[in-house]
Write a protein that binds this ligand. Structure first.
Ligand SMILES: N[C@@H](CCC(=O)N[C@@H](CS)C(=O)NCC(=O)O)C(=O)O
Length: 284
């Protein structure tokens, strides 16, 4: 795959080219994507690491410190895109972290949101702030109980995420892989049931809402697990019909397209871990 982005070239047009070149096999509506693409790498095209200087803030513009491969940063990207909020990114190297990251988040993690000289960390907290500061379109139901339930359901995805890593790092140990597959599937049962009961295209109704966007970064990455396991071994159609339909519908959402990272990129990231023998039983 060609290096992306190419320094010195317009980032927005590169994002569009990247989507066109890499995502046509998944039936994307590129025209929809073009309408809302926000610059993925508006400030730094490379991940800033130890010894770097934090780029000066653009006054009045929301800034998100993130990492290209961060699912939690991806959440923020989705909400910024869904609400069409003007923003910029600073990409952060998480292996050799810049010293200034700890001034913004004492835990040294991303995402961090900077707005008018103030900082917030924790993806759901950031996204809830964006929801309150930019209420349109609303991403939560109006009813307080229903809102709380959405947040409760957001937290359950962590189990699936751990299970995905176990699948990817089981290094050919079939017993370990089978246990991890069961773990991931069990963690998704709750969402399958929710979708079935709601009987709507998205958790948020006829449009994605906060729960949809908080889950999506993990769903996008589950696709790597799906290819590693092969066939429909990870998502059997008779057990996850609603989840499968949901992922297909999400892939047409403009915010999802704007923040989309092709599976090759996710795979490259997982393969970068030492000792990981990641082989795909299925091709795309
Ligand atoms: N609960 C946090 C999790 C953030 C998180 O774990 N971020 C990862 C990247 S996906 C990170 O910064 N890892 C670096 C580290 O743990 O040192 C959130 O929702 O924002």
């Amino acid at each position: 795959m060609a290096k992306y982005p190419v320094p010195g070239r317009g980032l927005e047009s590169q994002n569009q080219e990247f989507l066109q070149e890499n995502c046509d096999s998944i039936n994307l509506d590129i025209r929809m994507a073009k309408a809302t693409i926000t610059s993925l790498y508006a400030v730094t095209a490379k991940h800033l690491g130890s010894g770097s200087v934090c780029p000066p803030v653009t006054p009045g513009v929301i800034r998100c410190y993130t990492n290209k491969y961060s699912p939690f940063g991806h959440r923020v990207h989705l909400v910024l895109a869904a609400k069409e909020i003007k923003h910029e990114y600073v990409l952060v190297n998480l292996k050799f972290k810049p010293e200034w990251l700890f001034e913004k988040n004492p835990r040294g993690k991303v995402p961090v949101l900077e707005h008018n000289g103030r900082v917030l960390y924790e993806s759901l907290v950031i996204c809830d702030y964006l929801e309150e500061a930019y209420p349109n379109p609303p991403l939560y139901p109006a009813d307080p109980w229903a809102r709380a339930r959405e947040r409760m359901l957001v937290h359950l995805v962590a189990k699936g995420s751990y299970a995905l890593h176990k699948i990817l790092f089981s290094k050919g140990d079939e017993k370990k892989e089978a246990a991890a597959i069961a773990e991931l599937q069990n963690s998704l049962d709750v969402y399958e049931k929710e979708l079935e009961q709601r009987d709507t295209t998205f958790f948020g109704g006829d449009k994605p809402g906060m729960l949809d966007y908080m889950l999506w970064p993990f769903a996008e990455r589950f696709e790597v697990g799906h290819l590693v396991v092969g066939g429909d071994g990870l998502f059997p159609a008779d057990r996850f019909p609603a989840w499968i339909k949901w992922t297909e519908a999400m892939m047409k959402d403009p915010a999802v397209l704007a923040a989309y990272l092709p599976i090759e990129e996710h795979t490259k990231f997982y393969r970068s871990f030492e000792g990981n023998r990641l082989t795909m039983k299925s091709a795309r």
